[in-house]
Design a protein. Sequence first.
Length: 230
Amino acid sequence: MIGIICAMDEEVISLKRKMHVKEKREIAGMEFFIGTVDEKEVAVVRSCSGKVNAAICTQVLVDIFNVEYIISTGVAGGLYPELNIGDMIVSSDIVERELCISTVGNSRGELTPVRKSYFEANQTLVKVGQQEAESLKSDHKVYVGRIASEDEFICSMKVKEDIYTTFTAYCAEMEGAAIAHACFLNQIPFVAIRTISDKVDPSTDIKFEEFVDIAAKNASKIIEGVLRTL
């Protein structure tokens, strides 16, 4: 079974249109839809915002549904200067941006005791995710790069520049690192795919609501393609 963690209700709705839903279960306040897409068994869920919720969601997928892979979709704020709204990032790895225990000698983002800063995505999932994203008929670009996570929206250029300078992350969001961390501990291959929803730029007047449906449909198409390949 393949676990699919969505960030938006629109993504779940779009995927359910392609699913043969066999069961719905509510666990830890989240709805898990169990069924098949193109004969592949899947568990689809919308994780609530924040890293704690995302970690719990991931552990439920591992413990109760025995997933073999996890694919995470959603939106993110762009950090890489050349990114535009609507561009997509396939995670090479993910870092917990605000984690800092430097008093014991760790660098920012580094965990104790494993001394690990970056959780690497599965290379097969990255390759397939990139191919499927690039196959979409779209003017938007697809990048493979680092994603940073923290429990707040990035609202200032100062914070944006700090994350990019420190971690060279392409984008920032609120769940990916927790999913990646839980997958690392459980030895579950994962990949995160994010659509850029904003650039932390006051001059940008494009609103999230204007492209959320398109982002959700694109995420659904990418996941379908990945499932066909696995």
